[in-house]
Design a protein around this ligand. Structure first.
Ligand SMILES: [Zn+2]
Length: 231
């Protein structure tokens, strides 16, 4: 089951955005085959739990899609949808010269790649891929599957300790965060974008901050004008 489904036309449906009336209407009006699960493309059925939560269920088959694949597909759909709401056409799996971006979008002269990293990748490879994007004047943002994030912030911590602080932790501490590598995770329950320094925003707010150039770095990443730990 999932809070999301897509229509046969590829429109994303978020069960949280329905009201009681419109949800009941959907349950009445949909026909089998109209709605598809994002995970595996199986027919989706809108349902309401005994606690009144709205969700989409597989019509019949048991879904065997791996959690990280569900995470990848769902995150990608939501991001594309949020750009679309702002009037920008984001492309999935855009292939460039030596790179493939999970989501790629051009905004009034800016080129943006969003990578949804579900498989393990060393910090060195993050740096290499980031460099590749910057060679093509593409801004790249990394949104990780939660377990990948835990690993990479450990690597960033060691990297900074060694390269900036001579292996002695400064008294004031520091964030395991890098100015030249915007890296966050998307949790696979609420689908919010989170990171160190209590970074915690909806995908909608994150996409708006990219479009408006409000994603900034000062000790760690934050969105200008939003609540932050930083002064
Ligand atoms: Zn499925």
């Amino acid at each position: 089951m999932s809070e999301y489904a897509v229509t046969v036309d590829g429109e994303l449906l978020d069960s949280n955005l329905f009201e009681e009336k419109s949800w009941d209407q959907l349950k009445k009006d949909y026909k089998i085959g109209d709605l598809k699960m994002i995970c595996c493309g199986a027919n989706a059925v809108p349902k309401t739990s005994i606690k009144y939560n709205r969700f989409f269920a597989h019509q019949s088959i048991e879904c065997t899609t791996a959690p990280e694949t569900i995470w990848h597909k769902t995150s990608k759909k939501i991001i594309v949808e949020e750009f679309s709401k702002l009037g920008f056409r984001a492309i999935e799996e855009q292939i460039g010269n030596g790179w493939i971006a999970d989501v790629y979008v051009e905004l009034d002269g800016r080129k943006i790649a969003i990578e949804l990293q579900q498989s393990p990748q060393t910090l060195k490879v993050y740096f290499e891929r980031q460099k590749k994007y910057s060679e093509f004047q593409i801004e790249a943002y990394w949104l990780l599957f939660p377990p990948r994030y835990l690993t990479i912030i450990k690597a960033i911590k060691h990297y900074r300790l060694k390269n900036e602080f001579n292996n002695k932790c400064p008294n004031a501490g520091f964030f395991p965060s890098l100015n030249n590598l915007p890296v966050f995770y998307i949790d696979d329950i609420e689908y919010k974008i989170k990171g160190v320094g209590l970074f915690n925003h909806t995908i909608e707010d994150f996409v708006i901050s990219i479009v408006n150039n409000k994603l900034s770095y000062l000790s760690t990443w934050y969105i200008e004008g939003k609540k932050t730990l930083l002064k």
